[in-house]
Design a protein. Structure first.
Length: 222
């Protein structure tokens, strides 16, 4: 009975062992954005209901106060008078983040983009649904700290998310979860392991072949 020495071919359809499934980072992004959006909307409703315009509520003296302000500009009362332009920009930011969210591979990028998305949505709700009208609505700001312009939770989330994303970029953390240079090829030939070369033995001449055959014949006769 003969056996086939050839080993069985590997099954290419089988999944490699030890490979961890890629987590759904877009879900982390959406959860963070939902938390920021919910907190922003609730605090704005409370601020409008309990804070009178021009009558700030002192929390820590004059340093930290709650002051109701209707803001027609961007975060921290910047670019006032360009409400509809800011609304279009916010819509573009939201659409861009949602479009590329399924490519996320880093939990830190998901956190940063979630903060930006939640903050952008929070202020976008005000611009769409608050007076004086759709796409021109004024954002509710109510938190004042020292000399800093009055802001809200959405503003804070956008700034914190942007700072986090800049930091990730500077330190080489990529959108897909890898780091810059992880899969870089060797920069010089010295990094490539040397391959030892073996030369073939020199071919024998026909005269040498005849001499060896003659010697073999003589030994056979003896």
């Amino acid at each position: 009975m003969t056996t086939d020495p050839t080993p069985p071919a590997a099954d290419d359809s089988a999944e490699p062992t030890g490979v961890r499934p890629r987590p759904r980072m877009w879900l982390v992004l959406l959860i963070v954005a939902a938390v920021v959006l919910t907190a922003d909307l609730i605090t704005k409703i409370i601020a409008v209901a309990f804070i009178e315009p021009g009558d700030p509520v002192e929390i820590i003296g004059d340093t930290v106060t709650f002051k109701l302000v209707r803001n027609s500009g961007a975060a921290f009362s910047m670019a006032t008078g360009y409400t509809w332009i800011l609304t279009i920009v916010a819509l573009a930011v939201v659409a861009g983040i949602i479009r590329y969210s399924n490519r996320l591979g880093s939990v830190w990028w998901a956190l940063g983009l979630g903060l930006v998305l939640g903050g952008a949505l929070g202020n976008l709700v005000d611009r769409i649904f608050r007076a004086p009208g759709p796409l021109r609505g004024h954002v509710v700001d109510f938190m004042s700290v020292g000399w800093w312009p009055v802001f809200n939770i959405a503003d804070s989330a956008v700034v914190c998310g942007a700072v986090l994303l800049v930091g990730l970029t500077l330190f080489g953390f990529e959108f897909d979860g890898t780091r810059t240079g992880e899969h870089a090829e060797p920069e010089s030939k010295s990094d490539v392991p040397a391959v030892q070369e073996y030369s073939d033995p020199p071919a024998k001449s026909s005269a040498e072949d005849r001499s060896e055959a003659s010697d073999t014949g003589k030994r056979g006769e003896l």
